[in-house]
Design a protein around this ligand. Structure first.
Ligand SMILES: *Cc1c(COP(=O)(O)O)cnc(C)c1O
Length: 323
């Protein structure tokens, strides 16, 4: 098997990210809950895409690209972080985003203005249209360009979360469970594969926040990532499961997600986002209430970021307090 340091990487983040225990939430849920702070990954407002971009942009550079394209919805954290990373390493990012979600100059759209990023909206639901448009724009520019898929979720990007699994295994606490959001698949695939390699006793729980067929996407991406690593067959294990936490739809807040956001804010002073981490943490809360974590087991929640999207929210439900 290849070592991760055999792959090119551009340094973008501040690693390792911290792990700490959530004392109040542990008490409330009757389980031993820790958090991995990939929301503090050190670029932009932090988030999981930084780890993927270290591998993807190294590949773009190696191929001589001057322009990097990526895509997502209007409030894509991944697209914003790709632009931030491109700024840092002297490349130009062009974002071709689906005209879906909040396109106003708030949240990640606001941050993209600050980054002086070129943003093109396309009124389509099909990423094939967007990748074709990348080729059209790229060819017309006449400079070498590189296309990063939605969420950075290909095998190379997923290596970022194999690296994260290695990082966790060296941080001094052994975990029985790791819980993370699954939106385009790379984080979960990398984490499940990485855990299979270096934390064989740990189960990884993917909380699906979109309605794509992740039961197919996850093992396929794990296989492709394992092939890139030249890992042996033992690396792919039956060490993960998936749970539907999408609720009313991708990027539409759910009651459970809002409850999780409120719980984390009120009891730990930390913020989760409505699209990914709120719904993922709601999955952890549901598991705790179902008794899925046995006494003495340690649970790690992966905070994958998403701060930018919080500021595209239209209020927050709850008690109206008049002062
Ligand atoms: C993209 C994203 C995720 C999901 O990660 P995938 O690798 O796309 O499945 C989770 N949380 C946040 C904040 C994200 O931006």
């Amino acid at each position: 098997m290849k070592a991760l340091n055999e792959f090119d990487r551009v340094p973008l983040g501040l690693f390792p990210t911290p792990i700490h225990r959530l004392a109040n939430i542990s008490r409330l849920l009757g389980a031993d809950i820790y958090i991995k702070r990939d929301d503090l990954s050190g670029l932009g407002l932090g988030g999981n895409k930084v780890r993927k971009l270290e591998f993807l942009l190294a590949d773009a550079k190696k191929q001589g690209a001057q322009v990097v394209f990526t895509t997502g919805g209007a409030q894509s954290n991944h697209a914003m972080l790709t632009a931030a990373a491109a700024s840092k390493i002297g490349m130009k990012a062009i974002l071709i985003l689906k005209k879906r979600g909040v396109t106003d100059c708030v949240g990640n759209q606001l941050l993209e203005r600050m980054l002086n990023t070129e943003v093109i909206f396309m009124d389509t639901d099909d990423y094939a249209d967007i990748y074709a448009e990348m080729d059209r724009v790229g060819t017309s520019l006449g400079v070498p360009y590189y296309k990063i898929p939605c969420g950075g979720s290909n095998a190379l990007g997923s290596l970022g979360y194999v690296a994260c699994a290695y990082e966790i295994s060296g941080q001094g606490v052994a975990f029985d469970h790791i819980v993370c959001a699954e939106g385009s698949g790379g984080t979960m695939a990398g984490m499940a594969l990485g855990a299979g390699i270096c934390m064989p006793k740990t189960r990884v729980h993917g909380m699906m926040v979109d309605s794509d067929p992740f039961d197919v996407i996850t093992p396929r991406l794990m296989c492709e990532t394992a092939a890139l690593l030249e890992a042996d067959d033992g690396a792919m294990r039956d060490n993960y499961d998936l749970r539907d936490m999408c609720g009313p739809g991708y990027a539409i807040p759910s009651d459970e997600g809002n409850e999780a956001i409120r719980l984390m804010a009120e009891h730990e002073g930390l913020f989760l986002d409505p699209v990914y981490t709120g719904k993922a943490f709601a999955g952890l809360i549901a598991m705790a209430r179902e008794g899925a974590f046995r006494p003495g087991e340690r649970v790690l929640f992966l905070h994958t970021g998403g701060a930018g999207g919080i500021f595209a929210m239209n209020g927050f439900p709850g008690t109206d307090v008049t002062r």
